[in-house]
Design a protein. Sequence first.
Length: 193
Amino acid sequence: MKFRFAFIALLALSSFSLSAQAQDIEAGKKKAEACVACHGVNGNSQSGMFPTLAGQNPRYIYLQLKDYKEGRRKNPMMTAVAGMLEKSDMQDLAAYFGSQKQTRSTFKSEPQRIKAGAAKAEESLCAMCHMGGMSGQNEIPRLAGQHPEYIVSQLKNFKARERTNDAGNMTSLAQTLSEDDMENLAHWIASLY
């Protein structure tokens, strides 16, 4: 009898958390209407200037918004936007974008750059943090299918120490990369899906 009661309680609790998650996603969808201009419909950016957020790890999105708000990551537009967000807004946006399906990029990666990028990624041990297929985990971003222009710009920002909200890992790695390495990595990452 105790087991049956515990099972029913667990079932009720799990359906409650799924319902709460659905509400967060719905709230995030409404709040994300202002994000479409840069990050695209459902978080699928059409411009290499802006990252695709669809399918990104919610924990990563939340932490980046928090870093913009608290000044650990700098971008005039995102700092202003994040400055107006409450913690619940950031969580709702993260839940929404994380639940969206990333669409395949139309970028045509060059085969020789893909091969060189894959070799550089293996040499640099990228999968230790970003996981296999660059799928990301928790506060480590999903990179697979990201715009190559955005990848290159972020690697350059890490190398120049203009982006420093990474606990030093990416900043250290970026110091070892040439511009050609960055382009190759970007082509390889863009080819993943």
